[in-house]
Design a binder for this molecule. Structure first.
Ligand code: GDP
Ligand code: IMO
Ligand code: MG
Length: 422
């Protein structure tokens, strides 16, 4: 059957991990198709909280196959840690549930060092990268230098590694940056051996075979968010992959007509971690309140997330870029105690109203807000649409009418069970 794609519509951390976990019982296959361990996808169930970085969020369901697709940049060291943690914490046989694309690219220790060196050299204009080597790894992919997962099975793997490492060492000599490589290399090679416990597959063949099977449903799990897309995000403050729906085609080797539903996930407000423009950011106590109640601290780096009101200008742009067919709203419960809510419906730039996402969002932008009455009650215990307060329904209906897309799921807490399907 066709592939449904679940994508973040904002600047990441919309709750993709939680919702993929909730939806997984409806799917036989869950894939990741871009990004790497810069992602941090949190899941909560049975009073347990777990953060995934590379492993698809379908891993906790016994009958679901998970695939790390060719579009991912895979850090073997982080991957190994993640697998061992899941095996010891949950007793899951991970290699039995997870396969890796041979065409996925490998992150080398020197990619992470280069990430640090490049960020440091940017000074005040740094991207705020997670320093997981993502930018340098995709640079090598586009530059046709990369090592791929399938290469680890070849006799000349060490030679290929040394060639790429030598290039990186040369690049690093351009920066005034201290690094120690030896210990990292030993750990990396151990982790490369560990990868051989997994099925290393021609994932495009396998996924297209699943598409041909009438009873196999596939869910592709996006990482980051559309506003961090390398082409359409707030460039240069973006990640280095296509996070939008089109990335699912190249990141898995499937045709556009094989995409079914496009599930766009957004928070009832906005957050961003790292540098770059954020038109609705709040620097006052309201922003702090969102951060406190929403526990807005990065799942990968622990950094405080910047918080602000929902930005419909950006959301509508993301809906357009992805062809979203169904919206999912998360963290509505974080707004439970707010008297009034605001939503940016346009931007004011040099005194002119702009209702679309402009080329330059680093310029002075004043959001034009529409205010909504808050619901002022606890929605975390609600489990059906009929129980939701009228003020929240008004908020949802406004978003639906502005985007032209129905909100099909409302998430009212981090746990699997705190999910209302409409
Ligand atoms: P992802 O990267 O998109 O998977 O999102 P993250 O896991 O980085 O961040 C989302 C955070 O919000 C996590 O801590 C989730 O446990 C939490 N979360 C998800 N949905 C909800 C929700 O509806 N309400 C609340 N309060 N927290 C949520
Ligand atoms: P998930 O999948 C939020 C941000 C970083 C930085 C920029 C570039 O959990 O939503 P990179 O490490 O890719 O070089 O960082 O992108 N970023 C994320 N922000 N959630 C993420 O992933 C992110 N992955 C990268 O903070 O600003
Ligand atoms: Mg995250």
């Amino acid at each position: 059957m066709k592939v449904d794609v679940l994508l973040g519509l904002q600047w990441g951390d919309e709750g993709k991990g939680k919702i993929v976990d909730v939806l997984t019982p409806n799917y036989q296959v869950v894939t990741r198709f871009q990004g790497g361990a810069n992602a941090g996808h949190s899941l909560e169930f049975n009073n347990m909280k777990h953060v995934l970085h590379l492993i698809p969020s379908g891993i906790f369901h016994q009958n679901t196959k998970n695939i790390i697709g060719n579009g991912v940049v895979l850090d073997p060291v982080i991957f190994r840690q993640e697998v061992l943690e899941i095996e010891s914490k949950f007793g899951i046989d991970v290699p039995q549930r997870l396969s890796l694309a041979k065409k996925a690219n490998l992150i080398l220790p020197t990619h992470k060092i280069l990430d640090g060196a490049m960020e440091q050299s940017k000074g005040a204009s740094k991207i705020g990268s997670t320093l997981k080597g993502i930018g340098p790894a995709y640079t090598d992919k586009a530059g046709r230098n990369a090592l791929r997962v399938g290469d680890i099975l070849q006799a000349n793997f060490r030679e290929k590694y040394e060639t790429l490492k030598a290039l990186h060492v040369k690049q690093l000599s351009l920066y005034n940056f201290d690094y120690q490589l030896e210990a990292l290399e030993a750990e990396w090679f151990e982790s490369i051996e560990f990868l051989k416990r997994f099925s290393l597959i021609d994932s495009e063949q396998v996924i297209n075979q699943y598409i041909r099977e009438a009873d196999t449903k596939i869910l592709a799990e996006g990482a980051q968010g559309s506003m961090l897309d390398i082409d359409f995000g707030s460039y240069p403050f973006v990640t280095s992959s296509n996070t939008i729906c089109a990335g699912a085609c190249t990141g898995m080797g499937i045709a556009p007509h094989s995409i079914g539903g496009v599930l766009g996930i957004f928070k009832a407000y906005c957050t961003r971690v790292g540098s770059g423009p954020f038109p609705t950011e709040l620097f006052d106590e309201t922003g702090q309140k969102l951060r406190d109640i929403g526990h807005e601290y990065g799942a990968t780096t622990g950094r405080p997330r910047r918080c602000g009101w929902l930005d419909l200008v950006a959301l509508k742009y993301s809906v357009m870029l992805n062809g979203v067919t169904g919206l999912i709203m998360t963290k509505a419960d974080v707004l439970d105690s707010f008297e009034t809510l605001k939503v940016a419906v346009a931007y004011k730039i040099n005194g002119e109203i702009c209702d679309y996402f402009p080329y330059d969002i680093e310029q002075e932008i004043e959001p034009v807000y529409r205010e909504f009455k808050g619901w002022k009650c606890d929605i975390t215990c609600k489990n059906s649409e009929a129980d939701l307060p009228v003020e929240l329904m008004n908020y949802i209906r406004f978003i639906e009418s502005e985007t032209g897309v129905p909100v099909t799921i409302v998430s009212v807490g981090p746990d699997r069970d705190a999910t209302i399907l409409r």
